[in-house]
Design a protein around this ligand. Structure first.
Ligand SMILES: Cc1cc2nc3c(=O)[nH]c(=O)nc-3n(C[C@H](O)[C@H](O)[C@H](O)COP(=O)(O)O)c2cc1C
Length: 179
């Protein structure tokens, strides 16, 4: 697949087939994340792949929100990947302070997208989730108190056709040479 075609084919998949995802496919997605760039090559991430059905169901329930109405597709997704922030290396920490910018969060966003793009190559669908009960997820997955779970990525074989992309026109999102 051409790269732009791959990018076009990634979409937030919110319905999944009842079909297990092969671990070698998951690991190629994680390899894509491992190779992602990061500030000062800090690699401030750890991925917890939840593919055990009963544990996955418990984590999925923590993404539904107080009314139980959000992110219900996680209940059908066979895999959830918790993206955990690790302490960045000293140069990245110093840079973040000096430049007043949380580089580690940018790093994690890039790594998450690498996972989602490799997933397309594998015939899988994903959705990045920022809405979940972090404290409950940490408890379920034995994440140390000092680490945060920044994102969860749902993954599985799509049970839906790709949604049309809704995006601002290119002309609205860039300029040459001046803002
Ligand atoms: C940081 C982040 C958090 C997100 N959180 C959620 C979420 O909690 N639930 C959800 O259904 N989609 C979530 N999304 C998916 C976005 O809604 C989606 O990427 C956006 O609408 C564009 O659609 P597309 O991914 O299909 O191109 C999130 C995406 C990002 C990058």
């Amino acid at each position: 697949m051409r790269f732009l075609e791959l990018v076009e084919n990634r979409y937030s998949t919110r319905d999944y087939l009842d079909r297990a995802v092969e671990r070698e496919k998951i690991e190629r997605c994680l390899e894509a994340a491992r190779l992602a760039p990061s500030a000062c090559n800090s690699q401030p991430w750890h991925f917890i792949v939840v593919d055990d059905h009963s544990l996955k169901s418990l984590v999925a329930k923590e993404t539904l929100g107080p009314m139980g109405s959000l992110n219900r597709f996680t209940l059908k997704a066979p895999v959830l990947i918790a993206v955990v922030a690790e302490k960045p290396n000293l140069s990245s920490q110093m840079g973040a302070i000096i430049k007043n910018r949380p580089f580690y969060l940018i790093d994690i966003g890039i790594a998450a997208e690498h996972i989602c793009l490799q997933a397309v190559e594998e015939g899988l669908g994903t959705c990045i989730l920022g809405w979940f009960d972090e404290a409950a997820v940490k408890k379920l997955l034995d994440v140390p108190a000092k680490n945060r779970v920044e994102l969860i990525i749902s993954m599985g074989y799509p049970a839906e056709v790709k949604a049309a992309k809704k995006r601002k026109p290119l002309s609205q999102v860039f300029n040459y040479n001046r803002y």
